[in-house]
Design a protein around this ligand. Structure first.
Ligand code: ZN
Length: 685
């Protein structure tokens, strides 16, 4: 690990700015800790309200990510009362939290880290605490203490596993008193602490010890294999076929407690881990550091392969049975260890390991599932390295429960914003690059959904997805080129969607084309093209969606964007109106056939949507000729002919789709919702 410290950068105005600089350096190294793991602090003199100088501890707020942190993520506390706690013999967590809160100098500061007391009691100016992978690989072995001393020397204190809180802080404080020349401490099954008289020293020590452990492990890795491989990686197509077969039932089961998205990872290091003979035993030992459990749970789910030892012999029912067994084990674990007032978390796994196939992880959206995958990929490296140099060990079941159901740890999860209406829902939108499609995608992503946006042009949908992800600040969109008239293309898009999000909950069938000509002049090719996209295209995509929704068994929604022309056709628009009428009948039959599976099917009839519409750019002039108008007068013409004299916007159509997709429309199916400003002749009947 390289030392990235630059002295110039730390000639910064104040101690907090210097702390932020150092914390960001640490946060930038993913092998030191991820997503809120680890914490840092500095001690300084600062004046209070009345201008009197006092000792202050600045420490990271609970749940804050060191990567990219800012000054507002740190909490200032009065050090004097915190130091006096060394006199105490014990202190309950609730009491500790209340005490810390009353030491805060700024009432608006975030809740200080659960490891604050440890930072306060050690009388060193700067302290860094990380969950460095390579340190854990040494400390999480049966001979951890000996190994750590051999590899890292005797300037690090060894601290047997204790749950963070008062007891651990006091333990480290007393060890420090016995050896005040120590550079830091290794916390068994937990992580590393380094300290020093200034930030550059504490940081340098983290880098030094991590590098030393890294070099040692690299040498060991070259010398011996941690495990012989037992399973063979299936070919890419075989893996995809199995995913398609398993995912509907898997997502249904994993969503029993709360709906989840899944992400599939088959990176080489993941495959190497899941295919190793020792994988099941090592993975079932426990987490690499308690902090991981917040996202990964205590244990991953390891798929048991049948006697033929290959994933393709396994039925979806067999996997469901195994998943239920896993949930049963979690229920018993909760029953055994819980105290009154605690409620059981989702008993289903967050990490699923499948020999020959790779890993699936779950989360409320792509970002959360990716986080779990990333944390567990680091855990795999720790388990592999620990198994190379010894026998991998982890916290006991009771210790794990202590952290997994620890209110102070769960507090970190409570910091997430509340979930929007369509959170945990996954949808596919066709024709997404056009004005209406784009508006629908934005509306649904804003409402919390994950969407696969499809259209003919790859660049257009990829750019759109990128914009949507930026807008949400999370991975919630995927852009896939898809032709609604081509079965293979639809199949490939669905596969990509499954890989990225693990399932489907709704379809917005929006793609369409328009051609203007009187029937007497209409070319057969144009008639056929209109039917291929405006009728058959809806059929092919809806069929694929319904097959998936039925297999998944979680209900679902289809929304068809039709047209005012279905109920009130206009002249010179025969090919379009007839195909759109076919689309509408298709939607109604789908509603009839799928109601019993909880699948709702509805139709939106817009009229005269000009903004951002590619359709109008192409047919506008022709429509203007039909009505004997100048092209520039066409928009006003459409506005004047509706009852509300309204200009219909893509956002208005998106609003209707958002409603029909949501639970607010839970009792509505087979319905036409008009978005046309009110047209008497187009009233649905
Ligand atoms: Zn920690």
């Amino acid at each position: 690990m390289r030392n990235h410290w630059q002295d110039a950068a730390t000639r910064r105005p104040g101690p907090v700015e210097r702390l932020v600089y150092r914390s960001r350096l640490i946060g930038a190294q993913e092998s030191l800790g991820l997503f809120g793991g680890g914490n840092t602090s500095t001690k300084c003199r600062q004046r209070d309200l009345l201008g009197r100088p006092q000792d202050v501890l600045w420490v990271k707020g609970s749940g804050v990510n060191l990567k990219g942190c800012e000054a507002r993520h740190f909490s200032p506390l009065r050090l004097e009362p915190l130091r006096s706690l060394v006199q105490r013999r014990s202190m309950h967590d609730e009491e500790m939290v209340a005490f810390l809160e009353r030491c805060l100098l700024d009432p608006k500061a975030p809740r200080p880290s659960v490891e604050t007391l440890l930072h306060a009691l050690i009388p060193e100016a700067d302290i860094d605490h990380t969950h460095a992978d390579v340190i854990l690989a040494l400390a999480n072995t049966h001979q951890g203490q000996r190994l750590v001393r051999r590899v890292l020397g005797d300037h690090l204190l060894w601290v047997p596993y204790l749950q963070p809180g008062f007891e651990l802080s006091k333990w480290v404080y007393e060890a420090y008193q016995r050896q005040p020349t120590a550079h830091g401490a290794v916390l068994e099954k937990h992580g590393l602490i380094t300290w020093g008289p200034d930030g550059s020293t504490s940081y340098r020590r983290t880098v030094q010890y991590v590098s030393r452990a890294d070099r040692f492990l690299a040498k060991q890795r070259r010398r011996r294999l941690w495990s012989v491989p037992r399973w063979k990686t299936l070919r890419a197509e075989e893996r995809m076929t199995l995913l398609r077969r398993w995912l509907p039932a898997m997502r249904r089961t994993l969503s029993r407690h709360r709906k989840v998205c899944l992400t599939y990872v088959d990176a080489p290091e993941v495959l190497a881990f899941v295919n190793a003979a020792r994988m099941p035993q090592v993975a079932r030992t426990g987490p690499a550091t308690p902090d991981h459990m917040l996202r990964t749970k205590r244990l991953p789910f390891v798929v048991e392969l049948g006697r033929d030892r290959s994933a393709d012999g396994l039925s979806p029912q067999a996997i469901v049975r195994q998943l239920e067994q896993y949930a049963g084990i979690h229920r018993r674990y909760f029953k055994k260890h819980h105290r009154s007032g605690q409620t059981m978390a989702d008993p289903y796994p967050r990490v699923l390991l499948i020999p020959g196939m790779g890993m699936l992880t779950t989360g409320k959206d792509g970002t959360e599932a990716d986080m779990v995958a990333k944390i567990y990929t680091h855990a795999m490296a720790i388990m592999r390295d620990a198994s190379t140099v010894g026998r991998y060990t982890s916290v006991s079941e009771r210790e794990a429960f202590g952290v997994e159901y620890w209110p102070l740890e769960l507090y970190k999860l409570s910091l997430a914003p509340s979930e929007s209406e369509l959170a945990r829902e996954i949808g596919l939108i066709t024709g997404a690059a056009g004005g209406i499609g784009r508006s629908i995608a934005e509306k649904l992503v804003d409402a919390g959904a994950c969407v696969v946006v499809t259209d003919l042009e790859r660049r257009a949908v990829e750019d759109l997805a990128e914009g949507l992800n930026r807008r949400a600040g999370r991975r919630r969109a995927l852009g896939i080129a898809m032709d609604v008239t081509d079965e293979r293309s639809i199949e490939r898009a669905f596969e990509a969607a499954l890989r990225a999000f693990g399932g489907l909950d709704f379809l917005v069938s929006n793609a369409g084309v328009a051609m203007v000509a009187s029937i007497e002049r209409l070319r057969l090719a144009d008639w056929e093209r209109s039917f291929a996209v405006n009728a058959t295209g809806h059929f092919l995509v809806a069929r694929a969606a319904v097959r998936w929704l039925r297999a998944q068994g979680l209900g679902g929604t289809l929304v068809f964007i039709a047209s005012k022309n279905v109920t009130a056709p206009g002249k010179d628009f025969g090919a379009y109106s007839a195909a759109k009428a076919a689309e509408t009948q298709l939607a109604r039959v789908l509603a009839i056939e799928n109601g019993e599976f909880g699948i709702r099917v509805n139709i939106v009839n817009p009229d005269g949507v000009f903004d951002g519409s590619g359709l109008w750019r192409t047919i506008g002039p022709a429509r203007a000729r039909t009505y004997r108008l100048r092209p520039s007068a066409l928009e006003a013409y459409y506005r004047q002919r509706n009852l509300l004299k309204a200009r219909v916007l893509p956002e208005d159509v998106a609003e209707a789709v958002g409603f029909l997709v949501s639970r607010r429309a839970a009792k509505t199916t087979g319905c036409i919702l008009t978005v046309d400003g009110g047209l008497r002749e187009a009233f649905p009947r």
